[in-house]
Design a protein around this ligand. Structure first.
Ligand SMILES: NC(=O)N[C@@H](CC(=O)O)C(=O)O
Ligand SMILES: [Zn+2]
Ligand SMILES: [Zn+2]
Length: 432
């Protein structure tokens, strides 16, 4: 493996620029500019003016393999991840077949390794076929080669409280975390958009905030009694932030993620009638995005997760009610966080490292990701030009699908390089 010398970058965007030598997959040396000596053969990355971060970790990605390779594969999704600055992603279980057994989780793990651009960790389903009726063989998936650490029926809610209770109880013995898609299905039957003035005026069936908040509250109570860890997927409402503050105050072991799109976009997008804006949970009101940003800065929300959800053209270019929910996220996440959190002064780059790398790695229990930028640590790194801007073009993104809600938008912050265990996976917008 060639050594890499990164010159002139600022770790976490702090202090004077330094040179960083990467050798044998680890950070071998950090020193003043010009003071680090590298072998002749080393590749030099001129990173003047750039921010060095630990590689990003995404707890919530849909890679669509197996089953919908016409929208994304483990390979194309891995490319998108590497280009977005990610060194580890968790691939959700709502594939076809569902990742509810060790055969499927093993396949996802192995295929991710073959591609080798990002660590792909399969998420196991909580219930067989995501049907919400019987627990899947969580133990086998956890102890098999894939070593599944996170279980979720994402796309669906584990709504039966008895099943959720059992899943949480098992999870403690296995040392894994249950990630809940919080949506009380009795309250969202036919729901199409955030319940509010705009949805009523435009004639969309409403998706009430209480459908999310009631499940989050219930699950916090269940987790507390089971002594279990709970992770809440894609938090979208002000009320959920209140419930999480309450539960964390009680000492419940709960963590939560927010998506970039819920930090930025609102139900104003309904006015476009363009299903590219349809997502689950739905885009909420302005005051929700403001509260979510504040909660992410305060730590009530632990991390950012993309909920990268590729969909085929025919499933998005149709009438709103028939369209599938979900939007791309891997290549735009860092820029949206830079736009909503860094430019607004709510987070500095160290804070970005916390919410996009360190906390997600902790929540999932990854020992070699989200590590400090220090000598001897694994070289899972992302280099970001904080002053550069780029224009989003769905057709130019690495995903097979092109359903980005940011089409044509100019966004701050460009990922200039990603390193996975000391190897360049992406550089200047290209896969290495
Ligand atoms: N977020 C979405 O709108 N869709 C996700 C499922 C999910 O995350 O609930 C998908 O799989 O397409
Ligand atoms: Zn979900
Ligand atoms: Zn999802």
């Amino acid at each position: 493996m060639t050594d890499i010398l990164i010159t002139g970058a600022r770790p976490y965007g702090e202090g004077d620029p330094v040179d960083v030598l990467v050798a044998d997959g680890v950070i071998a040396e950090i020193g003043e500019r010009g003071a680090v000596r590298a072998p002749e053969s080393a590749e030099v990355l001129d990173a003047a003016g750039q921010v060095l971060l630990p590689g990003l970790v995404d707890l919530h990605t849909h890679l669509r393999e197996p089953g919908r390779e016409d929208t994304e594969t483990i390979e194309t999704g891995s490319r998108a991840a590497a280009l977005g600055g990610y060194t580890a992603v968790f691939a959700m279980a709502n594939t076809d077949p569902v990742a509810d057994n060790a055969l499927v989780t093993g396949h996802v793990l192995r295929r991710g390794r073959e591609v080798g651009l990002v660590d792909v960790h399969p998420v196991g389903a909580v219930t067989v076929g995501l049907a919400g009726e019987r627990l899947a063989e969580m133990g086998t998936m956890a102890t098999d080669e894939a070593g599944v650490r996170m279980f979720s029926d994402d796309g669906r809610c584990v709504f039966d409280p008895l099943l959720m209770r059992r899943a949480l109880e098992y999870s403690t013995a296995l040392g894994v975390v249950i990630a809940q898609h919080a949506e009380e299905p009795r309250l969202t039957d036919g729901a199409q958009a955030h319940e509010g003035e705009r949805a009523s005026r435009l004639g969309y069936a409403g998706w009430p905030a209480s459908a999310e908040e009631s499940i989050v509250a219930r699950d916090c109570v269940l987790a507390r009694h089971a002594g279990a860890r709970l992770h809440v997927c894609h938090v979208s409402t002000t009320g959920t932030v209140d419930v999480l503050s309450w539960a964390k105050g009680l000492g419940v072991d709960v963590s939560a993620e927010v998506t970039p799109h819920h930090l930025l976009l609102t139900d104003e997008r309904l006015e476009t009638y363009d299903p590219v804006n349809k997502v689950n949970p739905p885009l909420r009101a302005e005051r929700d995005t403001e509260r979510l940003r504040q909660a992410l800065a305060d730590g009530v929300l632990d991390c950012v997760a993309t909920d990268h959800a590729p969909h085929a053209e025919q499933d998005k270019s149709c009438e709103w009610d028939a369209a599938r929910p979900g939007m791309l996220g891997l290549q735009t996440a860092l820029s949206i966080v830079a736009h909503t959190m860094v430019r607004s002064g709510l987070l500095d780059w160290r804070g970005v490292a916390r919410v996009m790398s360190e906390r997600p790695a902790e929540i999932a229990g990854l020992p070699d990701q989200g590590r400090p930028l220090a000598v001897g640590e694994p070289a899972n790194l992302a280099l970001v030009d904080p002053d550069a801007e780029w224009t989003v073009r769905g057709a130019e993104l690495a995903s097979v699908a092109g359903n980005t809600p940011y089409e044509g938008m100019r966004l701050p912050a460009v990922v200039t390089a990603t390193l996975l265990r000391g190897r360049l996976t992406a550089r200047e917008g290209k896969i290495d």
